[in-house]
Design a binder for this molecule. Structure first.
Ligand code: F0G
Length: 354
């Protein structure tokens, strides 16, 4: 029997900025499934794998970075932490802060956070401030609070976050045996794409991988600063997690794309919602809208014949679908299709069985 998964700090301790005395605040994050997608592989003419990050303890990839950021914050004597968030960072930060005994303060754009994520921050005991503004406005305030007050900023501008998140790239290589040809993922504040690139590079430098993937980032059309080439003042998309107009890790992400021979593109809300449904109906994987952006981007690239034929492709599915059920249900006419009496033949007839 193999030993149980111990969370990313213990699994990858030698690769992370922790010491023997750092208290390890973990929920057993990481070790998420890498699932082969038959229909996507057929559709794009390559071998497509899905890194299902909704399998993390709070339902998104943020937990990888948060275990490191909160553990180090505790070691440094913090007693409060703060983040700006489109929802998942706050869900993760508040869970890890609860374990560490830190006081979590969350800044979110008013009315733009999926209900599941707000419920998470609430139940974990956060002080939630709804800001009349965008995520980008929230981040300005969060940075300012951390400069002027005794509170630790744990957004991905904190390099410890990217350190933790890079472990997802390690896991991909550990499972596939080498780096893929292409790695596709959604981009919002642009931290995660940098984290993966860092992880792939570190593994390659240590001889654990012989190949480095091209990094493809995907944004939503209404929130695509990389594509338009300048910040977007009023970002808008159904994929609220990536409703960001002025990414903090802009230049680092641009470097990751340049160095890897990759790029950042955008897809429409319709393409995102279509990909979300297809993933659920064909692969059995329910993701939130933002998380489907990578798949939508891969599919549209395949239509333009830009995907390397026969290559190995990994797509990160960043967060769980249960975080935002309202958006997905809005796309269906009714929740209950057919009401029947307590009667087997009526049920069979209604279900189309004969
Ligand atoms: N997918 C999901 C589900 C996210 O929550 C985020 C970011 C991203 C993709 C984009 O990752 O910012 O590293 O480029 N969510 C942040 C938050 C902004 O506050 O939860 P990124």
């Amino acid at each position: 029997m193999s030993p149980p998964w111990r969370g990313v700090i213990e699994e990858y301790r030698d690769w992370l900025p922790v010491t023997a005395t750092t208290p390890v605040i973990t929920l057993g994050e990481g070790g998420t499934p890498l699932v082969h997608s038959d229909w996507l592989s057929r559709r794009v003419g390559a071998e497509v794998w899905l890194k299902v990050e909704g399998g993390n303890p709070t339902g998104s990839f943020k937990d990888r970075g948060m275990t490191v950021a909160i553990s180090v914050a505790l070691a440094q004597g913090a007693d409060a932490c703060v983040c700006a968030s489109t929802g998942n960072t706050s869900a993760s930060m508040t869970a890890y802060a609860a374990r560490a005994g830190l006081r979590p303060i969350v800044l979110v754009p008013q009315g733009k956070i999926a209900a599941g994520k707000l419920a998470q921050a609430t139940v974990h005991g956060a002080h939630i401030l709804q800001v009349r503004g965008t995520f980008d406005d929230c981040l300005v305030i969060a940075r300012e609070l951390s400069v002027r007050y005794p509170v630790t900023l744990v957004n991905s501008v904190n390099p410890l976050r990217l350190q933790g998140q890079k472990t997802a790239a390690f896991e991909v290589v550990d499972v596939l045996g080498d780096g893929p040809d292409l790695h596709v993922l959604p981009v919002g504040n642009a931290g995660n794409i940098c984290a993966y690139w860092q992880g792939y590079q570190e593994y390659a430098a240590a001889g654990r991988a012989s190949r480095l993937p091209s990094m493809w980032g995907i944004q939503a059309d209404g929130a695509a600063p990389f594509v338009v080439g300048r910040p977007v003042a009023a970002p808008e998309t159904v994929a609220t997690a990536i409703r960001i107009g002025n990414p903090a890790s802009w230049s680092l992400a641009a470097d990751a794309c340049d160095e890897s021979g990759g790029r950042i593109g955008a897809v429409s809300d319709e393409q995102i919602l279509r990909a979300q449904r297809d993933l659920a109906a064909r692969d059995g994987v329910f993701v939130e809208p933002a998380s489907a952006a990578g798949v939508a981007g891969l599919l549209s690239a395949a239509e333009r014949r830009e995907v390397p034929v026969g290559g190995q492709v990994v797509v990160t599915l960043t967060g769980h679908g249960l975080k935002d059920t309202a958006t997905v249900m809005a796309g269906f006419d009714s929740v209950i299709d057919t009401v029947v009496d307590v009667e087997v033949h009526a049920a069979a007839a209604a279900a189309g069985l004969s």
